[in-house]
Design a protein around this ligand. Structure first.
Ligand SMILES: CC(C)(COP(=O)(O)OP(=O)(O)OC[C@H]1O[C@@H](n2cnc3c(N)ncnc32)[C@H](O)[C@@H]1OP(=O)(O)O)[C@@H](O)C(=O)NCCC(=O)NCCS
Length: 161
């Protein structure tokens, strides 16, 4: 939905200081190997995430919550629900990169079993290093237990497009 894309662009701009233009987002929606996901509350879209996958591996390109709802523990059910989808789609490996000192994001990813596998020095424009993280064995009983009960109600989370 075009209105959702505008909101995703707002959330990304607030969080990262930049985003793709509308046309690039619309192209992204037709990508067969990716998804743009939004989380809704009664007030509207309060979160977004961009996923892309290839050869059985998924990359989380971004996850953002509206600053107004941060710090309430919502990121766990948001990411947890997406990871459940990926598990159901038989993906086994999940990767991302994040600023080294982004503590809320790092704690979130660690909760879901991501480990730091590499550092890209001074990768970001503010000079921060990038932490490359991977979670593997999404199909294992351990991950199934970890992801149990992390779902958001179905109507609150959906793919755009
Ligand atoms: C990353 C993000 C989605 C996390 O959501 P959030 O609402 O801030 O975090 P939550 O309340 O769900 O908490 C997640 C963890 O971070 C911790 N945390 C929350 N706010 C924190 C803060 N200001 N400082 C340190 N830790 C914090 C929580 O205690 C929790 O850790 P725990 O599970 O070990 O207790 C959100 O901060 C955000 O949108 N940030 C901007 C975009 C971004 O940086 N995205 C990640 C890179 S793509």
């Amino acid at each position: 939905m075009a209105a959702d894309i505008e909101r995703v662009r707002e959330l990304e701009t607030e969080a990262f200081g930049f985003t793709w233009d509308q046309e690039t987002f619309l192209k992204e929606l037709t990508r067969p190997n990716g998804a743009t996901v939004v989380a809704r509350s009664a007030e509207g879209v309060v979160g977004s995430a961009l996923l892309v996958w290839a050869a059985g591996e998924v990359q989380l390109n971004s996850i953002v919550l509206d600053p107004a709802v941060r710090g309430r523990g919502l990121s766990r059910p948001f990411l947890g629900t997406m990871m459940r989808w990926l598990q159901e789609e038989q993906f086994d490996w999940f990767t991302l990169e994040v600023k080294w000192r982004n503590e809320p994001a790092h704690r979130l990813y660690r909760h879901f079993g991501f480990v730091t596998t590499a550092c890209r020095p001074r990768y970001y424009s503010d000079g921060q290093d990038a932490r490359i993280m991977w979670a593997g064995h999404l199909q294992s009983p351990h991950f199934r237990r970890l992801l149990g009960g992390e779902d958001l109600p179905e109507e609150t989370l959906r793919r755009v497009g």
